[in-house]
Design a protein around this ligand. Sequence first.
Ligand SMILES: Cc1cc2nc3c(=O)[nH]c(=O)nc-3n(C[C@H](O)[C@H](O)[C@H](O)COP(=O)(O)OP(=O)(O)OC[C@H]3O[C@@H](n4cnc5c(N)ncnc54)[C@H](O)[C@@H]3O)c2cc1C
Length: 406
Amino acid sequence: MIGAGTVGASCAWHLQRRGANVTLIDSELPGQSTSFGNAGCISKTSVFPFSHPGVIRKVPRWLLDPGGPVRIRWSQLPRVAPWLYRFWRAGSRGRVAEIIAAQLTLMEHVVSDFDEILAATGSEHLRATRGAILLYETEAGFAADAWKYRERERHGLSWRRLERDELAALEPRVRLGSGVALFEPLWQHVTDPGGMTARFADAAVERGANWIRDRVKGIATDPAGVTVDTVSGRRLRADRLILATGVWSNRLLRPLGFKVPLMPKRGYHTMFAQPAIELNHPVMSASRHVLLTPMAGGLRISGTAEFATLDTPPDYARARALVDVARQFVPDLGGSGVTEWMGQRPMMPDSLPVLGPLPGREHVVCAFGHGHYGLTQGPTTGKLIARMVFGEDPGIDLAPFSITRF
Ligand SMILES: Cc1cc2nc3c(=O)[nH]c(=O)nc-3n(C[C@H](O)[C@H](O)[C@H](O)COP(=O)(O)OP(=O)(O)OC[C@H]3O[C@@H](n4cnc5c(N)ncnc54)[C@H](O)[C@@H]3O)c2cc1C
């Protein structure tokens, strides 16, 4: 099992609990990569792909706005362009309907799968179940997304519009202006995503899993199983290998003859360990794509979609810009003990993860590409992968998540 992010740690925990003999390998400590600094939201209602009809028309405006949600490092455009083309293709009306249907099959289970793993690992205190608040700057902005709320209602994914006095009672620090506020009762949030992930990995180890801190440099398959070579010279054998290597997955897939359109979609956060204000819920600007989350370690402001290749140095000006943007709806935002962070969402053009065995090399099982929802879908992925490994019916149709869909 390679990768100890939320996805890999969840897979390790489920597999070990089912009686598999698990070895978990990561070059970093569990939960210290992308799974460390995310916004912490278990967003069950996020079933919509990022590419959909009309989204491309918004991109030029976003790119021209220095505080806008999307950024491309122009020197890297030739390397990013083929992915953007696939992204655009995934946004046709028919494809969007298929993607929503596939996401619903995963999202249906995310809360109960969190209930299970949090209870079993003694991590329940790391989750808050108060819902979240979503803001639109204008009625027109809300109207442009109305199709999403109609679609959600068809699937029982409830939401409600907040009156101004209700918003003031729930979040007195938020300024709505002439915008629209919604309450998301089905959202939950994790107050320490990195710590929670480490607990999942630790719980697997307590049940007998082996933990190895090392970097995998190569994988070879044969009819009986898989051989893994690490940079420190270890050679490990397994009858099954789970690839939960997030945004780095192509580096291990390429020598096996596979390459997926996996884009690092970078996000940033700024965190105030001692915030000047308190928020009671995650508050997200749907117009600005910035999310404020009250965490155990302070107040986290996260967002941004920056397209740049792996290993491009972070630009922490993006993290600082998030705070300026957030002050437009939380004017008193500030505090001390500031830290900044960058993480790379493993993003597929159709916003769906890659789950399941590699064709022709069935001993290798993919569990990566969760994009914006790897925290939300980590425990559910772990459960599905364990069912697959034990030869059981995974309980959902895995065809939409196959590596062969591209
Ligand atoms: C700003 C931001 C906000 C976000 N907010 C949310 C949110 O609110 N809700 C949500 O659901 N998701 C959110 N996400 C997305 C979420 O963080 C990711 O989808 C998730 O962390 C991916 O988890 P993972 O386990 O696949 O990858 P990772 O956490 O990146 O783990 C992969 C691991 O594989 C290891 N690895 C890779 N290659 C090798 C190798 N060769 N040898 C050994 N180890 C290797 C890496 O070291 C790493 O630890 C957000 C992301 C960002 C950037």
